[in-house]
Design a binder for this molecule. Structure first.
Ligand SMILES: [Zn+2]
Length: 469
């Protein structure tokens, strides 16, 4: 009996240095700097102690009229709020402050007039916000900050404290998006690879599905054990994550009697690839599956050869998929992407693209960089093929594996005999969406937990303060 293998793929503060706020009494005690008063006027806050109250004091030397700071003097547990004509500043503790521009705050109002509570889309016309907009009133509430804006008719905005803190950009403090820490792994992952059972993955309460997708997010791959030996079961398993993506190959691959040479490491096609392998009994010699954590290998390269890491992070690599006369696939932009892709804001490594076999002509290299670039990819290849990096596993019938093709490189050894294959791609957007929905349900982040109880927060099954919005 032939082996049957299935491959399924997913495509794809410090204290403010400049403020016009006047801080009285406790400023000296807290060693808080007091800056010059604005010529136009200031919002004056008074700190009673530590995390104390903000007094509703208005000072306006020009008579132009700025904010009215109304507050409950008894609330000593709330963040300190100060403001000037451009920004509102919130003190989370005596050392950590966040500054928010007035125009930013107005633009992020989530009242039903400014933000559609069902579609979660902005209704406010951003371009009608006066560039010099200022709040007329500032009030601390138990759950958040309330601002009243200058406008033809009164407009009140409310921002939960947790939401403001998690979205602080000056400085960036603590973004609440649930970022599951990546677990980098080498050969020793063989001792305890991430695994869920088929019944867990298929269970309608979705907890097993959440564990499965979380494992993939954390490790870049996951095994599924106990998969019934039919292509239909494999297909249903993949559809738990998302719809199967059409590709240049049939959407659900069913290949039989393939001869199988060794395949090199790959992890670069513009898709997110999941490989689900064989729930079928077999009697032929199977090729072993090879997995390697691109993030782990990159960390080794960075440690040993920071210069090469930098080169692989900067130099784009063009690629192609052109084995069929009816199609020529290539990336956009045509020069492709660097082997090591980083988040432009956090500089965190987020994607590894590497398939030396599919690489196109490197005709865009700076002349002085050619030899260095070859040195860099040689060092990368050496790290990748280090015995410490390679995880070889002989998949057994009834065990499937899903691989995040943006991180984990995969290959297999040559084998004799015949096999049957099936597989498919699911878009990474679908995977991320499914995981986000499951997190919302089973592992809400700090903002969601702090705001779920607020009136009009949960509309149509989703919190308007959801960190994904
Ligand atoms: Zn509004």
């Amino acid at each position: 009996m032939n082996c049957f293998r299935s491959i399924l793929s997913f495509s794809s503060a410090k204290f403010p240095s400049r403020t016009c706020t006047t801080l009285h009494r406790s400023a000296a005690r807290l060693r808080l700097p007091i800056s010059a008063t604005s010529s136009r006027g200031v919002y004056t806050s008074q700190i009673s102690q530590g995390f104390g109250s903000v007094a509703a004091v208005k000072k306006d030397s020009s008579g132009s009229g700025l904010a009215r700071l109304d507050d409950d003097m008894q609330r000593k547990d709330l963040p300190i709020v100060t403001a000037n004509e451009r920004k509102v500043t919130i003190g989370w503790d005596t050392k950590t402050w966040s500054r928010f521009h007035n125009i930013w705050l107005r633009d992020h109002c989530r009242c039903p007039k400014c933000f559609h509570p069902i579609t979660k889309q902005r209704l406010l016309n951003t371009f009608e916000i006066p560039s010099d907009i200022q709040p007329l009133g500032i009030q601390r509430k138990a759950d958040g900050l309330e601002l009243t804006w200058q406008s033809s008719e009164p407009h009140v905005s409310f921002y939960p404290w947790s939401w403001l803190q998690s979205n602080s950009y000056d400085p960036a403090i603590n973004h609440a998006q649930t970022i599951i820490e990546k677990v980098e792994w080498g050969t020793k992952i063989a001792q305890s690879p991430p695994t869920v059972t088929y019944s867990e993955a298929m269970d309608q309460d979705d907890r097993g599905l959440f564990k499965w997708l979380t494992d993939i997010d954390q490790f870049g791959f996951s095994f599924i054990s106990g998969v019934p030996p039919t292509p239909e079961a494999t297909e249903k398993l993949v559809e738990r994550i998302g719809f199967i993506r059409e590709t240049q190959s049939p959407s659900f691959l069913r290949k039989q009697n393939c001869e199988c040479p060794l395949t090199p490491f790959t992890a670069d096609r513009p898709r997110w690839t999941s490989t689900i392998s064989p729930p079928f009994p077999h009697r032929w010699q199977w090729g072993a599956t090879l997995l390697a954590d691109g993030f782990y290998v990159a960390s080794i390269l960075k440690e040993l050869h920071p210069e090469y890491y930098d080169i692989l992070s900067r130099v784009s690599v063009p690629a192609h998929a052109a084995g069929e006369a009816s199609s020529i696939y290539y990336p956009s932009p045509r020069s492709g992407y660097p082997v090591l892709g980083h988040d432009p804001c956090t500089r965190e490594l987020v994607q590894v693209r590497w398939n030396n076999d599919d690489r196109s002509v490197m005709n865009h290299l700076e002349p002085d960089l050619v030899e260095k670039w070859y040195e860099a990819i040689s060092a990368w290849n050496k790290c990748l093929k280090s015995p410490d990096s390679e995880y070889w596993v002989q998949l057994q019938p009834g065990t499937a594996v899903v691989v995040d093709n943006h991180r984990v490189l995969h290959g297999r050894s040559a084998f004799d005999g015949k096999r049957r294959m099936c597989g498919a791609y699911v878009g990474i957007d679908e995977y991320r969406s499914k995981l986000a929905v499951l997190r919302e349900r089973f592992a809400p982040d700090t903002v969601q937990r702090a705001t779920d109880h607020l009136p009009q927060a949960n509309i149509n099954g989703r919190n308007i303060w959801n960190s994904a919005l």
